[in-house]
Design a binder for this molecule. Structure first.
Ligand SMILES: O=C(O)c1cc(=O)[nH]c(=O)n1[C@@H]1O[C@H](COP(=O)(O)O)[C@@H](O)[C@H]1O
Length: 235
């Protein structure tokens, strides 16, 4: 069954047991899930198998950034493990992204989405200046997203604050995956460029990555259900 919800819950846990315990409190018809660096480094591919067995589409968020051959091979292995989405850093450049897209194209019947990270949602103008980029976050996101599209990516990870700009300039079918989502009243934490779920969808986001506001809630399924309801997702 295809999940109708745009929500992707970030399972940022240090062990497979904690991650699967949270997944069992969720519901694959109400959300997809994301496995990131902490969990994958500890648990390895077994966690993907467990989450697939529970019925979830899995976003493998390892943000690959290396030479083209290395990243293309890593993306290929990820797709063969059956993940729904995998990502690379757009700042790895055109040749890295093209090699990754070509590697995916060689896998028969794959339907893994290949997404490029633009500017992390934890970064603002000051952070960019420190790494030598004299553009606003919006300008740098635009530049990287155009590069990602012309390098064969299915979409980008960006802040929802950039979604309407990207949707207008790159077309509404270029997939926009937006973390830094904060339902009204939840803590901002280390995120800097944030939006509420409803604002993000109105701006043109396709998928909303939400971690702590759901996973650290007393009743995660209640928060998930209520965000879905606010967004008008038929449950
Ligand atoms: O690629 C990502 O998923 C990602 C990109 C980005 O720019 N910002 C960002 O927060 N993320 C991830 O999205 C999740 C956000 O989690 P919360 O801040 O707890 O909602 C974390 O797992 C991050 O690793």
């Amino acid at each position: 069954m295809t999940c109708q919800s745009p929500i992707v819950v970030a399972l940022d846990y240090p062990t497979i047991d904690q991650a699967t315990a949270m997944a069992k409190r969720l519901d694959p018809s109400l959300c997809r899930v994301k496995v990131g660096k902490e969990l994958f480094t500890k648990a390895g591919p077994a966690v993907l198998d467990e989450l697939h067995a529970l019925g979830f589409d899995v976003f493998l968020d390892l943000k690959f950034h290396d030479i083209p051959n290395t990243v293309a091979n890593a993306v290929s292995v990820a797709a063969k493990s059956g993940v729904w989405m995998v990502n690379v850093h757009a700042s790895g450049g055109r040749r890295m992204m093209e090699a990754s897209a070509n590697a995916l194209a060689q896998i028969q019947d794959h339907n893994t989405l290949l997404i490029a990270v633009t500017v992390l949602t934890s970064m603002d103008q000051t952070d960019l200046v420190e790494v030598g980029i004299d553009l606003s976050p919006q300008e740098h996101v635009m530049r990287l997203a155009k590069l990602a599209k012309s390098s064969g990516m299915d979409g980008v990870v960006c802040s929802a604050q950039e979604s309407s700009m990207l949707s207008q300039n790159l077309g509404s079918d270029f997939v926009l995956v937006t973390p830094g989502i904060r339902p009204a009243g939840s803590a901002q934490g280390d995120q800097k460029r944030i939006m509420t779920p409803a604002q993000a969808m109105a701006a043109g986001s396709h998928y909303l990555v939400i971690g702590r506001p759901i996973t650290q809630a007393e009743d995660p399924i209640q928060v998930l259900t209520s965000v879905n309801q606010d967004l008008g997702v038929s449950l």
